[in-house]
Design a binder for this molecule. Structure first.
Ligand code: TEU
Ligand code: CA
Length: 555
């Protein structure tokens, strides 16, 4: 019997970015039938659930995170019949489905917004946030997450609407109970189609301080306080939980950037009946500087380790952690936290060991199981609206010389995660027979699923073994208490102590060989070099990016 026995606590979840996963009809864009064709692949990898990034009708300004109809499938991805087929294929293979629930904003093309903008007194006006301008400009000086003003003037009524993201993504007005009800109806629609869970986009941004006063000092910090984990946010989630999540037994994961463990517990403590999990961002924000994420810096491994330890210990007994090192908004994890050159395979496997053995629910982003890497794009090859906004702003403000800005986008930008999945070494990488919508990483001749599945020592096979290993030691990896042991900087050594067994994990996050204490009586179970780390006198010698899982055995 597990203490934490909910399906989403036991699951390994795989994220699919549909546009880049598999193209079923040769138009260069991934689609639903492409995904259905890969259910066998997911099953053999061993994942329990899939989180699907948006597939709803959308003009595609933010690749589907700008929705014009919540209850329709975008034709680029297929039809509702294709969706129903996908749900059955997943369920017949024991895979649950989590949909992206983008409820902070819609597209400007959504019917609600088209009605809303028509006049100041129409019934949909209050579905969005409209204000009169001030002194010939925007109602206040707040900026959007993607740069530029958070307000856009609409010619029809001469008023401004509020948007935390691009101007094509107007924010819904969550203060309006009709909006909350309408969103519950959307959720019900998908729940009735058999969906098992929701990943809630920008979950902690829904409530805003609608006084919209100018920010006069500490701009970034004070701006965040206006809409991150603001005021009534918890009321909204209790309402959604009562009306929707609990009603249909949906698992929920809220995307919550800039949230500390205490705030996190307010979302995920079971007694609060709000969300099951959140994606917190601390370990994704360690490198930020003056221009936010647009910064060359990388974080020293010790900072990453400290952040992981902080969340392991502070959430224990209070709420469940989600575990991830990348997603569709982040650079590739092996390029960011490992070494995507000489030690690509070793460092990808080392990160996988940590991902699969900390307490929480691990998320694998598509291609990470292949150790897919960042790509280097020229400015005109880029697609991401966030990068585009930053580069345009940089042209005006000159934060960086233009080539430097492009280099930074290549390090930190979201297109890195969105290049097509590399299925084989043939033309189009097995992703498409057409022209791919975004450049395929030229490394696909070596880094691809077909080659890696055949190679017993590949990153792919290591993921598969780790998932199976985790499952066969479920009690210790799910319920077991986490405890960090002292070890030299750049290494991460911890134990998980369960009812019947204790596991010890040793990981070297650097390219140096480092000796660390590990104690006696450890039996290597999983390791990322051909043989386990060299041990003697209670010490282990960890080669570059070497990691292992050890079982503590009786003397
Ligand atoms: O991201 C929300 C978010 O906070 C982003 O600013 C994220 O931190 C950023 O992309 C990282 O650089 C969600 C989605 O995951 C993202 O793909 C969407 O673009 C965004 O919402 C708007 O819907
Ligand atoms: Ca297609």
């Amino acid at each position: 019997m597990l203490k934490n026995d909910k399906w989403w606590q036991r699951a390994v979840i795989y994220q699919i970015y549909p546009r880049s996963f598999c193209d079923g009809n040769g138009d260069g864009i991934g689609d639903l039938r492409g995904i259905t064709g890969k259910v066998g692949y997911l099953r053999s990898l061993g994942v329990d659930a899939v989180w699907l990034s948006p597939i709803y009708l959308s003009p595609g300004v933010d690749n589907g995170y700008d929705i014009s109809d919540y209850c329709a499938i975008d034709p680029v991805f297929g039809t509702m019949a294709d969706f129903d087929e996908l749900v059955s294929a997943f369920h017949n293979n024991g895979i649950k489905l989590i949909m992206d629930f983008v409820i902070n904003h819609t597209s400007v093309e959504h019917e609600w917004f088209r009605k809303s903008r028509r006049s100041t007194d129409n019934p949909y006006r209050d579905y969005y946030i409209w204000r009169k301008g001030k002194n010939g400009g925007a109602p206040c000086n707040w900026t959007s997450v993607f740069g530029g003003s958070a307000w856009t003037k609409d010619e029809i009524t001469g008023e401004y609407y509020f948007h935390l993201f691009t101007e094509a993504q107007p924010d819904l007005n969550w203060e309006n109970p009709d909006v909350r009800k309408a969103i519950v109806e959307v959720g019900k629609f998908w729940a009735e189609k058999g969906v098992d869970g929701l990943r809630i986009d920008c979950a902690n941004f829904l409530a805003k301080n609608c006084d919209f006063e100018d920010i006069t000092e500490n701009f970034d910090e004070n701006l965040r306080k206006k809409f991150i984990n603001y005021g009534p946010i918890h009321e909204y989630f209790r309402y959604l939980n009562e009306q929707l999540f609990s009603e249909y037994g949906l698992a929920t994961i809220g995307e919550c950037s800039r949230t500390d463990p205490n705030e996190a517990a307010m979302f995920v403590s079971p007694d609060r009946r709000e969300l099951d999990l959140i994606f917190q961002f601390e370990h994704m924000s360690l490198e930020e500087g003056e221009h936010g994420k647009w910064n060359r810096a990388s974080a020293p491994p010790e900072r990453l380790i400290e952040s992981l330890v902080k969340w392991q210990t502070s959430m224990a007994g209070r709420g469940w952690n989600s575990l991830y090192f990348d997603n569709h908004d982040q650079p590739r994890m092996v390029s960011r936290f490992g070494d995507d050159g000489k030690y690509r395979a070793e460092s990808a496997k080392m990160l996988a060991v940590i991902l699969m053995t900390l307490q929480g629910t691990p998320f694998i982003y598509q291609g990470t199981e292949l150790s897919m890497r960042n790509i280097s794009l020229k400015r005109d090859e880029m697609n991401d609206c966030e990068a585009e906004n930053f580069l345009a702003e940089n042209d005006v403000c000159g934060y960086y010389p233009p080539e430097e800005a492009v280099a930074i986008v290549n390090l930190k930008g979201r297109d890195n995660a969105r290049t097509p999945m590399q299925w084989n070494g043939g033309t189009g990488a097995g992703f498409t027979v057409g022209k791919p919508w975004l450049k395929i990483n030229p490394d696909y001749s070596d880094i691809n699923a077909e080659a890696m599945i055949k190679d017993k020592s590949s990153v792919w096979n290591f993921y598969r073994e780790l998932i199976a290993f985790r499952r066969s030691h479920e009690e210790v990896f799910i319920d077991g208490v986490f405890s960090r042991l002292g070890s030299p900087a750049g290494t991460f050594v911890y134990t998980r102590t369960g009812r019947d067994e204790t596991m010890c994990v040793t990981a070297n996050l650097t390219a140096r060989t480092i000796e660390t204490e590990i104690g006696h009586c450890l039996r290597p179970e999983m390791f990322n070099y051909a043989e386990p780390p060299l041990t003697g006198n209670g010490k282990a010698l960890l080669r570059p990016y070497e990691s292992a899982v050890w079982k503590v055995v009786d003397v």
